[in-house]
Design a protein around this ligand. Structure first.
Ligand code: C2E
Ligand code: CA
Ligand code: CA
Ligand code: CA
Length: 274
């Protein structure tokens, strides 16, 4: 038993070492990726359930890693958060979105607003108002084309809910969305104080919409959001049944593979051109 224990300790140690080495390597690569602008933005439509038309899109970052194809955010966002690199990364994403919006404006494309995911770190470690104002001015775009998504849990953890910056961003014309709602334990009074424009129900609830309690839960989130004057979006809509149930419950918008996967700008233009 003793030797076995020692062996598994060594195994554990080796695994830990390997993990640390791999994280360091990825951090170095992330820094280089920022320098070389290897990040690209894909766009996923958000569909108005009553009208059946795209009402906005969410910007989702991907890493175009040399020799490795596209890497999804689940593989690098956490490390970017831990190292603080999420701040410059978030700024590159915003820059890329504003540049794209300016291009679509020039081309006379049918424009819809784009929502951008913002990490709590960006609120704490950078002047987010100046960053957004700067990007809007750099490309001369209408700030009403931008929406910010902040997760419910990050807002509660970091006490961001109190931040005056939300009021200033709204005064600029930028809309605000609570992301992943239902996973963050905010109170009704906190929600009332925030005065956000959009509430996005987390995918986990849409997955359980078929269960009796699941439907009731979503119905009460929708009622509460509407009472506070917010539009409701359901994320992770994967089939027609979920879409129809959500529409029946009065949900305003849906987003998910049922409508479209996140697409590169060129793919998106091909879809909307038809
Ligand atoms: P999120 O903000 O909750 O974004 C939705 C995620 O669900 C996206 O994953 C999207 O591709 C995926 N998704 C969309 N429809 C469906 C569906 O029908 N079924 C399923 N199973 N999934 C669906 P993605 O692109 O891998 O992004 C993962 C997370 O990474 C995002 O979750 C967000 O928290 C973060 N993220 C992405 N881009 C950025 C960014 O620019 N900045 C920051 N701070 N975070 C980002
Ligand atoms: Ca989001
Ligand atoms: Ca979400
Ligand atoms: Ca989610």
């Amino acid at each position: 038993v003793k030797t076995e224990g020692k062996g598994s300790f060594r195994f554990f140690e080796a695994r830990l070492f390997e993990e640390i080495r791999s994280r360091l390597e990825t951090e170095v690569e992330l820094r280089r990726a920022l320098d070389e602008r290897q990040f690209v933005v894909h766009y996923q439509p958000r569909v108005d359930l009553a009208a059946g038309a795209t009402s906005s899109m969410e910007a989702l970052v991907r890493w175009q890693r040399p020799g490795q194809g596209l890497t999804g955010p689940d593989r690098f966002i956490q490390l970017a958060e831990d190292t603080g690199l999420i701040v410059p990364l978030g700024e590159q994403v915003l820059d890329s979105v504003c540049r794209q919006l300016a291009e679509w404006t020039r081309e006379g494309a049918a424009l819809v607003p784009v929502s951008v995911n913002v990490s709590p770190r960006q609120f704490v470690q950078s002047d987010i108002l100046a960053v957004f104002r700067g990007a809007v001015e750099r490309y001369g775009i209408d700030p009403r084309l931008l929406e910010i998504e902040v997760t419910e849990s990050s807002m509660m953890q970091d006490g961001l809910g109190e931040a005056a910056v939300f009021r200033q961003l709204r005064a600029l014309g930028i809309k605000l969305c609570i992301d992943d709602f239902g996973t963050g334990y905010s109170s009704l009074s906190q929600l009332q104080k925030l005065r956000f424009d959009v509430l996005k129900i987390d995918r986990a609830f849409v997955l359980r919409i078929d269960h009796p309690e699941g439907g009731t839960l979503i119905a009460s989130m929708i009622a509460m959001a509407h009472a506070l004057g917010m539009r409701v979006v359901a994320e992770g809509v994967e089939n027609q049944r979920q879409m129809q149930l959500l529409r029946t419950l009065g949900c305003d918008e849906g987003q998910g593979y049922y409508f479209s996967r996140p697409l590169a700008p060129a793919e998106l233009e091909r879809v909307t051109a038809r």
